[in-house]
Design a protein. Sequence first.
Length: 134
Amino acid sequence: MVAAAIGLVARVLFGGVLAFTGVNHFQDVDAMTGYAEAKGLPLPRAGVVGSGVVLVAGGLGLVAGVAPVLSAGALAVFLVVAAVLFHDFWAVPQDQQQDEMTHFLKNVALAGGALSLLTAGADVWAYGVGVGVF
């Protein structure tokens, strides 16, 4: 019972923050598209919208316990790809390196959290909608 409650709190905190960041993608599409263009992403607007969908759907999936393996896996992949493509601290001017490294490490750490949910026991998902593991 306690483990299930802690698992729910962890899912709400982790998934809620990621869903919130996805909502931000939709609130400032133009600015985020400009950033994606500057990083050389093909189809930058589609990338911003698509990544927003992954963050919102994946985050809410974790919160609700809906398709948790798919949700956690999609978030982990997105976070690693975003870390490498957008926060390439090794390829930016020195005055930007610390900021980009911080964002890179944040994404990698969040990806680790998402991956840990892939192996989470049943207690973590006890309070959920229960719409399949995958």
